[in-house]
Structures are given as structure tokens and as C-alpha cells.
Design a binder for this molecule. Structure first.
Ligand code: DGL
Length: 266
């Protein structure tokens, strides 16, 4: 392990984790950040948990070799499948993410909360445990959203196909009386304008990016007190096509030149 080298490693199945990275950048502006999009293997949502676990371990190994002394799993699906293995394999802080059931339960007035997430997240034991712990009297209605991640990966944030999928996935939740929707996948914050357009301006949308950034800050402070930030910068890698990843990331982030991962990590 490269101890306290001042690099924070962040990964996702694709570009969704950029919605978390922007909060990390805001909260910890002096950090050296390395982001990996597993674009060669996206989406994770319909893949077996052990496949996602192996990919997560591979990406984490790359990030640790680059000097990461803290890891952010900017993906709900990968957190459900791999957080425990990552924590036992790498002796550094690993910050994962999960659908924000607790704040959503606190926010709802109608007593019905909808969860938009990948099928992998919704079927995970981790998600079942979250509901058990925090749902209480609130009715939680879940909706898997096949195809939505792919639209974000194409940079299609406003088109007719994306709108059609959002209408299809939010309609049953709204019909059940949900006044609060959990964005349980890091790709979905990029679709907030379209979700609001579909579900109405009054809908409460719960995203966890800011909370994850605060948790990262706290964990670094508590667990690596001697650590110095590596210097304000962000580097981007992809397991897919570098030109294609650069193009989409530039839409979502602003001028990005992504590099392709070395063959051993593809
Ligand atoms: N962005 C991811 C998540 O938060 C995964 C999406 C996918 O690849 O299916 O769940």
C-alpha cells in the first residue's frame, strides 16, 4: 500500500460517478483525484454480483498502484457487490454509496418514497438491510431502470428516448403517491432536469453525492491525520474507448482527456 500519497481514487461503471466527483472536487478542492470509468464493462446493473466484484477489485488495484490512499466507490451497484471485499483487501478508507433511504424517509410528507436504481442494487442484500433499518412506517416503492444508464453513457440527457424511459419508470411510483424519489444510481443526477420535468417541480429528489464527499472528508481527517492533499488536479481513465469517453465526459464535466487503462486492468 502506498501510504498517504495524497491521491483519492474514484471509480464507477462509467461516467455516472462524475456526479459524485463534482461534490468531492467542491468539498476537497486541494486533492489530487483519479477517476476511472469502467466503460468497457458498463452497465453493471444487470451483471452478476461476482463479475462486478472482480471488476471493482481490478479497478481498485489500478488506483492503489497510482498511489490512492483512499477509495470512493462512486456506484451504488458496485458498493452493494464489492464494498466488503474492497475493505478486506485494501487497508485504506473505502467510501461506498447506497440509496439514501434514511433522508428520504425523513423528507416524505405523503409517506411514500420511490427508489430509482439498477436491478443489481435493488436485489442486493445490502439494500434489503437498508429498508429493514430505516423504512419504518414509510412505504418504499422500488423501480429498476434498465436502459437509463446507457442513455447517460451516450450523453443523451434530454432526448425523446430518455424522456420516454423516465416517464415509464417514474409513473408507477407517482401513481402510488410517492412525493420523494431516491436517485439510487450515480448516473441519474445528470437526468434531474428531465425527471423534474416529468415528475413535477414539487417532487423531492434525494441524491447522495454531497453526503459521500463529506463522509470522505471526515474519514480522511480521522483515519489519515498526517496526510497532505496531493495538489488540486483530476485525471481520467477508462476501460473503454478513450476518444468516446473523453467526448462524453467533456459533456458532463467540461474538457476532459481520458486515457485508456493499461491492458492488465481491462
Ligand atoms: N452508476 C452506477 C450506480 O450507481 C451503476 C450503473 C450501471 O452500470 O448499471 O449504480
Amino acid at each position: 500500500m502506498a501510504a498517504c500519497s495524497g491521491v483519492i481514487g474514484v471509480f464507477d461503471s462509467g461516467v455516472g460517478g462524475l456526479s459524485v466527483l463534482r461534490h468531492i472536487r467542491q468539498t476537497l478542492p486541494d486533492e489530487r483525484l483519479i477517476y476511472v470509468a469502467d466503460s468497457g464493462h458498463v452497465p453493471y446493473g444487470d451483471k452478476p454480483a461476482n463479475y462486478i466484484e472482480q471488476r471493482s477489485l481490478t479497478l481498485a488495484r489500478f488506483l492503489v498502484e497510482q498511489g490512492a490512499d483512499a477509495l470512493v466507490v462512486a456506484c451504488n451497484t458496485a458498493t452493494a457487490a464489492a464494498a466488503a471485499s474492497l475493505r478486506s483487501r485494501f487497508g485504506i478508507p473505502v467510501i461506498g454509496m447506497e440509496p439514501a433511504v434514511k433522508p428520504a424517509v425523513a423528507a416524505t410528507s405523503s409517506g411514500v418514497v420511490g427508489v430509482l436504481a439498477t436491478v443489481g442494487t435493488l436485489e442486493s442484500a445490502r439494500f434489503a438491510a437498508l429498508l429493514e433499518k430505516y423504512a419504518g412506517e414509510v412505504e418504499i416503492v422500488t423501480q429498476g431502470c434498465p436502459g437509463l444508464v446507457e442513455q447517460v453513457e451516450l450523453g443523451e440527457l434530454h432526448g425523446a428516448r430518455t424522456r420516454e424511459l423516465i416517464e415509464r419508470y417514474t409513473a408507477p411510483l407517482l401513481a402510488r403517491g410517492a412525493d420523494t424519489l431516491i436517485l439510487g444510481c450515480t448516473h441519474y443526477p445528470f437526468l434531474i432536469p428531465l425527471i423534474r420535468d416529468t415528475a413535477g417541480e414539487d417532487i423531492v429528489l434525494i441524491d447522495t453525492g454531497a453526503a459521500v464527499a463529506r463522509q470522505l472528508q471526515r474519514r480522511i481527517h480521522e483515519e489519515l491525520p498526517e496526510r497532505k492533499a496531493g495538489g488540486a488536479s483530476v485525471q481520467f481513465f477508462t476501460s473503454g474507448d478513450a476518444a468516446q469517453a473523453s467526448r462524453i465526459m467533456s459533456v458532463l464535466w467540461g474538457s476532459v482527456e481520458a486515457k485508456r487503462l493499461p491492458p492488465a486492468f481491462l
